[in-house]
Design a protein around this ligand. Structure first.
Ligand code: F6R
Length: 579
């Protein structure tokens, strides 16, 4: 994960108003610590969030600087372990996103040659490796040796003290050059500079570039100059309510779901209609559909499997990090990657793997121009708008809406038109009751959520929300599986949320079984006794979205009652770009 931004400018840039302002836009990639280095050799870094850092430091100007926002992998969250890192003479400064897998071996070699390391990170090896190579080579050749020798994933920016240039190197972690009016940006993604230019060049694996205020030059891993295409991107940020009306982004984003789902449905009826029809044709032509995704997006894909199976389509899904271990694909497979960010490393890796085996690649992403979108034969945009809270809420809903729409084209019966109004109803009618329930549950250690069929993926998604945002151990599971072991954990008062779609009597019985053992059962149902109002009298898939929204609100109000950092929960990042 981690976000990196470098700027090379003709005149001076402000560290606070240019460099760190851009970096702030990448904070969703990690917020453990922040730091920057300038060509003058000035370095400042600190643990914590970027806004706090901006308030702490004095502004200064430079014409060339690199910066980093960290999600710790190797080495604890300390000031020393924060990027940038440097070499022994403090001449070479580097920021890195990714993991240097063979760093132990390289570090030992470099220590034997007299280098002194001061951090516990894998990344520090980069500056020392370049320093060593520069004893006998120029920077271009040192970078070539680096690419040959280093194993792992990386997007790296390098500056040398006194030289107005940034060297940028990429393998498996995203990196893009932004072409501004008077400056060049190097960043983890276009979002860093999309307020000042819409021209960008994406790095491919094994490429590096040398960028000074006048020009940029791209090279392949052998150091051969290459021509790259300039990409003109559009970035339309939908008008949404201001966060000022809400205490947290999470609540704002939950409340945006009627608008966001309507925007998506309009686009699927309109400008994205041809695209989704083409995807439906690909589904029909393929032998089977295989989804992959991570986290919440995986639970959306599980619903996709449910809907497509109901439409008679042979569909499967598997968590991206285990995809190669448990799944086979071939040229008759339609592979569908689902990813809000379009950057999740596990999903990128699985997609590459499927592509190499000849599968057709379709993706559902929220962030346009993302890596996964660029790898796809067809990519549908879910139009949820920017999601700032680390937890997926409106993007999960819009992923499910896209899958419902696709399944509907293939024969699954659902009334798409009423989705936004039903969401609106569920939020308005239940929010007060949910606050009261949050007051009852916030001190609980464990919560179980059970579902079946249509309500099984929502049980997993609600459990994930409770874990990541309200820090309560929660398990989402199949109602039918309880009696095979987990029911032993049910004690008097253990909260069990039972998701009962339609007249699912088996699910109802599973709720009764735990109730008989003293559990505090809370029901989310649309045609049977329910603790919440739903206003859906048919069983057409919408239950899954509405049940999750009740779970999102419950999570939010529990976390609020506990005074937790709702939008930026501990240890997490919004874009997970490491394996
Ligand atoms: C949970 C959450 C994560 C993401 C997961 C995949 O609220 O946000 O579990 O769903 O990291 O991210 P994307 O969808 O960007 O691939």
């Amino acid at each position: 994960m981690c976000g990196i931004v470098g700027i090379v400018n003709h005149g001076k840039i402000s560290i606070k108003n240019d460099l760190l302002k851009s970096l702030k836009r990448l904070e969703y990639r990690g917020y453990d610590s922040v730091g920057y280095a300038t060509l003058e050799g000035k370095v400042e870094k600190e643990i914590g969030e970027i806004s706090k850092f901006i308030d702490q430091i004095q502004d200064s100007t430079t014409s060339c600087a690199i910066s980093h926002t960290r999600w710790a992998t190797h080495g604890g969250v300390t000031k020393t372990n924060s990027h940038p890192h440097w070499d022994c003479k403090k001449n070479i400064f580097t920021v890195h996103n990714g993991i240097i897998e063979n760093y132990q071996e390289l570090k030992t070699e470099l220590i034997n040659k007299g280098h002194v390391f001061i951090t516990e990170t894998d990344s520090e090896v980069i500056s020392h490796f370049l320093e060593e190579e520069l004893k006998s080579k120029n920077m271009m050749d040192a970078i070539k040796s680096f690419i040959n020798r280093i194993e792992g994933t990386y997007a790296i920016l390098v500056i040398e003290k006194g030289i107005n240039k940034i060297y940028a190197i990429k393998k498996d972690s995203p990196l893009v050059l932004g072409i501004g009016r008077d400056r060049f940006y190097l960043a983890s993604d276009i979002y860093a500079f999309s307020d000042s230019t819409n021209k960008a060049i994406f790095f491919e694996d094994g490429e590096f570039a040398v960028v000074d205020p006048d020009m940029y030059t791209f090279y392949n891993c052998d150091g051969k100059e290459i021509k790259k295409e300039i990409y003109d991107f559009t970035w339309v940020i939908p008008q949404e309510e201001s966060v000022r009306d809400y205490p947290h982004y999470m609540l704002k984003e939950i409340h945006e779901q009627p608008i966001a789902s309507q925007r998506l449905i309009n686009s699927l009826d309109g400008e994205q209609h041809d695209k989704i029809n083409k995807i439906a044709e690909l589904v029909k032509k393929s032998n089977r559909v295989v989804f992959t995704a991570a986290g919440s997006s995986y639970y959306a894909s599980l619903l996709g499997v449910y809907f497509l199976n109901r439409a008679g389509i042979n569909a499967h899904t598997l968590i991206a990090s285990e995809f190669q271990n448990f799944m086979l694909v071939d040229k008759n497979t339609l592979f569908i990657a689902i990813s809000q960010s379009g950057e999740t490393m596990d999903v990128v890796t699985a997609t590459k793997w499927a592509k190499e085996r000849g599968a057709k690649i379709v993706s559902l992403v929220n962030v346009p121009h993302s890596t996964i979108q660029r790898m796809s034969d067809i990519s549908l945009e879910i139009h949820a708008g920017p999601e700032i809270c680390v937890a997926a809420t409106k993007t999960f809903t819009n992923q499910v809406v896209s899958l419902l729409y696709l399944s509907h084209l293939l024969g699954f019966s659902v009334n798409m038109k009423t989705i936004p109004s039903k969401i609106d109803y569920v939020i308005k009618e239940n929010e007060e009751a949910i606050k009261r329930l949050a007051d009852e549950l916030y001190e609980k250690k464990d919560i179980y959520i059970i579902g079946r069929g249509l309500s099984y993926p929502p049980s997993r998604e609600i459990a994930l929300k409770l874990k990541e945002i309200s820090y309560i151990h929660a398990e989402g599971m199949m109602g039918g599986e309880l009696k095979h072991g987990t029911i032993a954990l049910i004690e008097p008062g253990t909260p069990v949320i039972a998701l009962i779609p339609g007249k699912d009597f088996d699910m109802y019985s599973n709720a009764k079984e735990v109730e008989a053992r003293g559990a505090k059962v809370i029901t989310i149902a649309n045609m049977m006794d329910s603790d919440f109002k739903m206003d859906i009298t048919i069983n057409d898939g919408k239950f899954s979205i509405l049940a999750v929204i009740i779970g999102q609100l419950l999570t939010y109000y529990i976390a609020k009652k506990k005074g937790l950092p709702i939008d930026k929960p501990r240890n997490l990042a919004k874009s997970v770009t490491v394996k």
